[in-house]
Design a protein around this ligand. Structure first.
Ligand SMILES: [Ca+2]
Length: 512
């Protein structure tokens, strides 16, 4: 019965291998349009003013949403900076591009989609945080204009000699990272005034990654705003920890836990304010780009996409940061504007993902989706055209030695249910009814009345992993330090095993 739910679009059979050569295929009769893609780092899906968020002041994002489209179910295939960025640039799942941590570069043999654009004769630019491999900021394949920095970069230059890479030259970082990258992006756009080639701009902000450092003018501006965090489990409230995975309760008092957040003395609330103050410059950046496009007379025809690279928990599930498969971690903000294509106030309900960005940008620029990519173009969804679309979204995360609190996990998010399995752990997988329990507070995995959903989701998860080529776990040699400390004074009650796994009598009688 479950088979009827399979969407033919995503039953791929054998996965197409990554080609050796970059050969763009044009869509017959399509006029290539200009595209600007703006990526924010760790921006929560709901931290936008128009959604009523208590701390987010985002007039320019609000305007983008009202004049264009809000993609309310935008998701990432892995909620971590480098893996998600690699998926955006390659259109591939993490188990195919194999960027599984924030330490290492993209393996040889991958193709970044701007290489297709460049090959087709378009002008391409990358401005901002690359982050896949922290040892070099040299220009990567696919870009005519390049401004970047090593690894995480700095909001404020660490010393007067610190330099970034501007088109292969060492140039001192002039002030706060966010307005500086915006100025470089505007410079690139300005250069396009006299060009008759279509262009693609990838503006990739460092903000709003921790440590949060707002621009001076925004520092402290949210100090008087209050935010109430999602419900947290207070020990010894045993009823509320029933059927929760033990690793998650143990994680509370860790780098990624609400009781020892980022190993700091800060409260979650003050970190949240810092994130939203830092976000204000990203919003300014969006406004500056839109104003520039308007001044060039191309705001109506240019497709602008705004997106976050992964979600961020601020207290949900007693955690901070990302990686986990819960909603605040895997959902990201996503907006799109192009008055020639998109009606004002469009809302896209379908689940779109980071793997869909490459095919979408390519279609907007008149190029076919390369067969090896895992994602699909959501351009028709922006135009509100009915097309077959996925009913299930696959999520993967691979354990990192550097942040050892979060296990390898695979999850399947449907429109109603979500199933999460933790690889190598035997205490509790999870099943949530997102419709009736959007905060994912009640794990239904052990409830007999939900056993059919559980079985169906499990089956579908492994079907998709097989179809997409995800039945191997990529690994890396250890590199770098480990954030593995717990604060003694905040050590809470230890986690219990789920009741469903405890028996009162022996199950076997062994007769010698
Ligand atoms: Ca990130």
């Amino acid at each position: 019965m479950f088979l009827v739910l399979l969407c033919p679009l995503f039953v791929l059979g054998d996965v197409s291998p990554i080609p050796q050569e970059v050969v763009p295929e044009h869509i017959q009769g399509a006029k290539p349009r200009n595209v600007v893609f703006i990526l924010a780092d760790d921006h929560r899906y709901d931290a936008m003013g128009f959604l009523g968020h208590p701390l987010a002041i985002t007039p320019n994002l609000d305007k983008l949403a009202s004049s264009g489209a809000y993609l309310k179910n935008a998701l990432v295939t892995t909620s971590l900076c480098s893996p998600s960025r690699a998926s955006i640039l390659t259109g591939l799942y993490t188990f195919r591009h194999k960027v599984i941590d924030n330490q290492r570069p993209v393996p040889d043999g991958m193709i970044f989609f701007p290489q297709y654009l460049q090959q087709a004769g378009y002008t391409t630019a990358f401005v901002g945080k690359w982050h896949m491999g922290g040892e070099s900021d040299e220009p990567r394949p696919g870009f005519d204009y390049w401004v970047s920095f090593k690894g995480q970069g700095y909001y404020i230059p660490p010393d007067s000699n610190y330099t970034i890479n501007v088109n292969g030259n060492r140039v001192k970082q002039d002030g706060h990272n966010t307005p500086l990258m915006t100025r470089y992006a505007i410079q690139f756009l300005e250069q396009q005034r006299t060009s008759n080639k279509p262009f693609f701009l990838y503006l990739s902000h460092k903000a709003v990654h921790a440590e949060f450092i707002p621009e001076e003018k925004y520092r402290g501006t949210l100090a008087n705003r209050s935010v109430s965090l999602s419900r947290r489990v207070e020990p010894p409230d045993r009823a509320n920890v029933k059927n929760l995975p033990r690793w998650r309760l143990d994680q509370r008092n860790s780098w990624h836990g609400a009781d020892f957040p980022l190993h700091s003395a800060d409260s979650i609330e003050s970190l949240y304010r810092g994130s939203c103050e830092t976000l204000r410059s990203v919003d300014d950046s969006v406004g500056s780009v839109m104003t520039q496009l308007e001044s060039m007379g191309i705001a109506d025809e240019t497709l602008v996409i705004y997106m976050g690279d992964n979600g961020f928990l601020f207290g949900e599930h007693d955690l901070i940061d990302k990686r986990v498969a819960y909603e605040a971690s895997i959902r990201v903000p996503m907006l799109a504007s192009c008055p020639e294509l998109i009606k004002p106030g469009t809302i896209v309900d379908q689940m779109v993902g980071n793997i869909d960005v490459a095919p979408t940008v390519m279609e907007a620029m008149g190029l076919k989706r390369p067969a090896h990519m895992d994602g699909q173009s959501f351009l028709p969804l922006l135009r509100q055209e009915p097309i077959p679309w996925r009913d299930y979204f696959l999520y993967v995360y691979y354990w990192e030695q550097n942040f050892p609190q979060t296990p390898t996990m695979f999850a399947l998010r449907g429109n109603r249910f979500k199933y999460i399995t933790y690889y190598g752990l035997w205490d509790a997988d999870e099943l949530f009814d997102l419709e009736n329990d959007p905060q994912e507070l009640h794990n239904l995995f052990f409830e007999p009345k939900h056993s059919s959903e559980k079985t169906a989701m499990q089956e579908r998860l492994y079907d998709m992993m097989e179809e997409l080529g995800g039945m191997q776990i990529p690994m890396n040699r250890p590199r770098g330090g480990q954030q593995n400390k717990r604060l003694r004074s905040r050590d809470a009650t230890s986690a219990a095993f789920p009741e469903a796994l405890i028996v009162d009598e022996p199950l076997r009688k062994i007769v010698n």
